[in-house]
Design a protein. Structure first.
Length: 644
């Protein structure tokens, strides 16, 4: 075929495909327009996942009658005038593409009236061709109605997912915009039923409650300083927190909410980033958040996060994605660090000895429930965070006692810098998360509070019970240490110490008779170096002739089982950057399980003392709690003490 310039109708349909690939993208563009027009109330109505019908009603500025036709021309916009404007965008739209694109693939009507005009005007299009334009009585603002989406682009129609899926995507968009603009009154009506309404109080937490429910809202920690606190701080001349200077002295402000580590989800869907109020997706920023939670969440769990990232519009390029759902930062590292530190600081007020809580918190028992407590299982172990009483404290500098990161290096930008570098080098950083790849991962899938650098309280060992638990007395009541997990932590830190400080790896002892492996796969050959570092010699040749010296007192059958476990884990683990840490954890677990015999009181004391000496005494190698607390008040409540 000879080269030809395509006819304009075709060109616009192709361009439209990029902007409006699905109904949710249209809802997004229409919301952008309504918000840019200064609306305070926006109603969105959809039917059949938006395919048959989308209507957006706003109370914004409206479009002047003499400009309404122009709004449907390509590149017609009231928002960007000259090239320079493109580099300091403070509106959601800027390309002048949405209205013509949507019009070209649907039957569309737009009714609009400005404050100064008596009559509104209605303009209709079919397949991008104007079919009518007439005066109409109309409220101030704009009503856009789209029918029969993609009726003239059957190819695109085929790519639409089920009505439920498309509807879900629309709900998602509306939720994101509600979170981005808490002062807006947004209503979503799907199939003639109101499915969502934002409170419009201006409070982000109120909006989080409306979007995600009271339980999640109740489990959120404030990040940075909320805008109203900001104002108060300005009055009192206080320094503002969470501001990180960038290369040009510009300020990145990060604020919002992030969930306590005991409240997490199995997907990243609940992670929201709002860059100058624009909802965006960003793998980098997700990683910054996850890095801040490192060791607090099990692998595969994600926090619920709503973060506002505010910075000079000149430092953000919003013009990098057809649907404007990604942005590019001039100083990616600066933003990464600001986000990571803000979240980390929010979490720093959080300490984590999970306690046993026989009652739902805050609920008063009635007689019947008290009776019931005498029978059946009464305890539900669950982590109770010791929250700082004033939320704003969480935004302040962490005091060593209240911080999970009492090692202050974890709060400075050096660690954030390293995290960013790991990301830039294509590694996920997950190798530092102790639980990665551990064989028990599936069994412990729940999001849990897991690891803390906080030292243990002073403990008096009382004895060992039930063949594996050490009962202790401490300042707040009764503490129970899980022997196996404590042992695992102690061994794990021994291994890390031997690796990191010794430098040369772990010393080996020769086997009297080698352990012969069934066969050697490529994976195993490739992971031989990781084995060797831990003191296992001969993996590549399928004959293990020496093992770590720390296995010297463990019988051969157990060592052989341990090796099998490690080999199996290597075959499961696709990501070779995780091999070393996976092996470290399994080795620690193997030694712990070999030492699992019931302890007499001296041995129990010795183990608790060793645990006290650990850098992260409150979590096992794979990130599970080593210690739980039954508080004095819980004991009193359980025994119904009333003061005598
Ligand atoms: P853009 O938003 O990129 O400017 P659009 O095609 O979405 O491009 O809209 C074109 C123009 O139409 C906008 O610049 C704006 O002036 C006007 N417009 C569109 N929707 C609305 C609305 N709901 N209220 C007021 N003006 C609107
Ligand atoms: Mg627009």
């Amino acid at each position: 075929m000879p080269i030809r310039i395509m006819p304009p109708e075709l060109a616009i349909k192709i361009a439209a495909g990029e902007v409006v690939e699905r109904p949710a993208a249209i809802v997004k563009e229409l919301l952008d327009n309504a918000i840019d027009a200064g609306s305070t109330t926006i109603r969105i109505e959809v039917r059949t996942g938006g395919q048959d019908y989308i209507r957006v009603i706003d109370n914004g500025s409206g479009i002047p009658a003499d400009e309404i036709e122009l709004a449907f021309q390509r590149h017609a916009t009231s928002k960007v005038n000259e090239l320079d404007d493109l580099f300091k965008i403070n509106t959601l739209g800027f390309r002048g593409e949405a209205l013509p694109s949507i019009a070209s693939v649907s039957k569309m009507s737009l009714v609009s009236r400005t404050e100064g005009e008596r009559n509104g005007i209605e303009i209709t299009f079919e397949g991008g061709v104007m079919t009518s334009k007439e005066a109409r009585i109309a409220p101030r603002g704009t009503i856009v109605t789209i029918r029969d989406l993609f009726y003239n682009v059957p190819a695109r129609q085929k790519f639409l997912k089920s009505t439920t899926t498309e509807q879900g995507a629309i709900s998602n968009i509306v939720s994101q915009y509600a979170l981005a603009f808490p002062h807006l009154h947004l209503t979503l009506v799907a199939e003639n039923r109101t499915s969502f309404q934002s409170p419009g109080t201006g409070s982000l937490l109120d909006t989080i409650r409306a979007v995600y429910g009271a339980e999640i809202a109740g489990a959120m920690l404030p990040v940075g300083r909320q805008p109203q606190q900001e104002q108060e701080a300005d009055n009192s001349q206080e320094a503002t927190m969470q501001q990180v200077g960038g290369q040009n002295g510009e300020i990145t402000r990060v604020w919002g909410y992030t969930s306590r580590p005991d409240t997490s989800r199995g997907t990243r869907q609940y992670v929201n980033f709002l860059v100058n109020h624009r909802p965006v997706q960003s793998q980098n920023l997700s990683f910054a958040v996850e890095d801040a939670y490192r060791t607090l969440l099990m692998t595969g769990r994600h926090p619920i996060v709503v973060l506002n990232i505010e910075l000079d519009p000149r430092m953000v390029d919003a013009n990098v994605h057809p649907q404007k759902v990604e942005v590019k930062f001039a100083d990616e590292r600066n933003v990464f660090i600001a986000v990571q530190q803000a979240v980390r600081q929010a979490l720093s007020g959080y300490s984590a000895v999970p306690s046993i809580n026989p009652l739902p918190r805050g609920s008063e028992q009635n007689e019947e429930e008290q009776e019931g407590l005498q029978f059946g299982p009464t305890y539900v172990a669950r982590p109770i965070p010791e929250m700082s009483s004033q939320p704003q404290e969480a935004a302040g500098p962490a005091t060593p006692q209240s911080s999970i990161f009492s090692d202050s290096s974890h709060l400075d930008s050096a660690s954030a810098n390293q995290a960013f570098d790991r990301l830039a080098n294509g590694s996920t950083g997950a190798q530092d998360a102790a639980q990665v790849g551990s064989p028990h991962e599936q069994r412990t899938g729940a999001g849990q509070v897991v690891e803390s650098r906080k030292p243990l309280p002073p403990l008096r060992v009382i004895g060992s019970v039930a063949g594996g638990y050490i009962v202790c007395e401490g300042p707040d009541g009764m503490y129970i240490v899980d022997q196996r997990r404590a042992e695992e932590r102690v061994q794990y830190e021994r291994i890390l110490a031997a690796l990191r400080h010794g430098g040369k790896g772990i010393s080996s002892i020769a086997m009297v008779e080698p352990i012969v492996l069934g066969s050697v796969s490529d994976t195993l050959r490739a992971s031989a170096a990781a084995f060797a570092k831990l003191g296992f010699v001969g993996v590549a040749a399928a004959r293990i002739t020496a093992v770590p010296a720390m296995l010297a007192n463990i019988d051969r059958a157990q060592v052989s089982n341990l090796v099998d476990e490690m080999v199996a884990a290597m075959l499961r683990q696709q990501d070779s950057s995780l091999w070393q840490s996976t092996l470290e954890i399994i080795l620690a677990q193997g030694i712990a399980s070999a030492n699992a015999a019931p302890l007499d009181i001296d041995k129990a004391r010795e183990l608790v003392a060793q645990l006290e000496g650990c850098a992260m005494p409150r979590a096992s190698a794979q990130g599970l709690p080593t210690i739980i607390l039954v508080s004095k008040s819980q004991l009193e409540r359980e025994f119904k003490r009333t003061g005598f």
